[in-house]
Design a protein. Structure first.
Length: 338
């Protein structure tokens, strides 16, 4: 390996080297890292997404509306916060860990041109000091309170040590549709996080909303970075493939013993191919009601449609375990994790 590549490899590993609590511990700094360092990243990607043998990423947005309806699991799940997002990075730009301040600002301005012309009514809010759409700290906090805007990235050691959070808050912001169901993050872990949040009970509705937004952006002519095997290129290898993460915010007071035993829910979720996070995202805590963000872990080797199906099937099992835990279910739960 050339000296330059050795330096890049160190950059890729930095998040893990600096944080003992890393679960993955790497962030790609440029799309080509996935080829240059494939000796390391390929096994990691296949292990995380549980891929045996060789698989090439396929896409399929054919997701039924009216089928994955949460009230079928429990009639009380009438109004649930459902979220789906895809991570995207744009061809011709470095990935966020190795962007410099000028590149971050250039990228943000390129996106503002897209927002001005892509035809979905909404507004861009910038965190970049001096930007024409700049919002104050107070306004930013209000957007965080509504769970729209991402947190101050400098509070996350994984993001600071890897360079993802560098130059904060330059080149960062959020576009929000007028009806507040669609949003686009600029300059977080990926250059773009394209998101839909719907309060309701039909998982297919949130997919439809997200796909409409994604298609709108694609029509603007932006070309996303794509890998011939791994699908969409993302900063964290856990998002390679579809880049799609689909979740609901659910309450699991019985499993978590009123939020005091998060680990129990995380372990159960893992055994079902799901991930349970706190409501503030990766590495955040759950509340006293055991409110957790539940999503399928795999994004590579599955299509967008399969991600939704896996969430649905996992939720059926998880809510059943929650019910059992409420019925003094230590007995039943004893046999789930083997
Ligand atoms: C870790 O290794 O724990 C962090 N780098 C985060 C890994 C999970 N992926 C993510 O947030 N996209």
């Amino acid at each position: 390996m050339s000296e330059e590549d050795q330096q890049h490899f160190l950059d890729v590993m930095m998040g893990g080297l600096a944080n003992d609590d890393s679960s993955v511990g790497v962030y790609a700094t440029r799309p080509e890292d996935y080829d240059i360092f494939s000796f390391y990243l390929e096994p990691l990607i296949r292990e995380y997404h549980k891929i045996e043998g060789s698989t090439k990423q396929e896409h399929d947005w054919n997701i039924p509306v009216g089928e994955y309806v949460l009230t079928k699991i429990d009639p009380r799940l009438e109004k649930v916060s459902m979220r789906a997002r895809v991570a995207r990075n744009v061809k011709g730009f470095n990935l966020p860990p190795s962007m410099d301040k000028a590149e971050r600002i250039k990228f943000e301005n390129k996106m503002v041109e897209v927002f001005d012309s892509f035809g979905i009514p909404g507004k861009y809010h910038s965190l970049t000091p001096g930007h024409k759409n700049f919002i104050s700290d107070k306004e930013a906090d209000e957007l965080r309170h509504k769970h729209f805007l991402f947190n101050d990235m400098t509070t996350d050691n994984h993001l600071t040590s890897s360079g993802v959070a560098s130059d904060w808050p330059f080149g960062r912001g959020i576009w929000i549709s007028t009806d507040e169901t669609k949003m686009i993050w600029i300059g977080e872990e990926d250059q773009l996080r394209i998101i839909s949040i719907v309060q309701g009970n039909d998982l297919g509705q949130v997919d439809k909303s997200l796909h409409d937004l994604l298609t709108g952006i694609e029509k603007s002519g932006l070309q996303f970075a794509e890998h011939q095997t791994y699908g969409v290129v993302t900063t964290c290898p856990t998002n390679m493939g579809t880049g799609k993460r689909q979740s609901i915010l659910g309450k699991f007071p019985n499993i978590t013993k009123q939020g005091t035993d998060e680990k129990k829910l995380k372990d159960l979720a893992r055994s079902l191919g799901l991930q349970a996070r706190g409501i503030g995202g990766e590495h955040s805590n759950m509340d006293k009601e055991g409110t957790a963000d539940i999503s399928p872990s795999a994004r590579f080797g599955v299509t967008e449609a399969i991600v939704t199906k896996r969430l649905w099937e996992g939720l059926i099992k998880l809510y059943d375990l929650e019910k059992q835990a409420g019925e003094g279910g230590e007995r039943q739960n004893c046999c789930i994790i083997q």
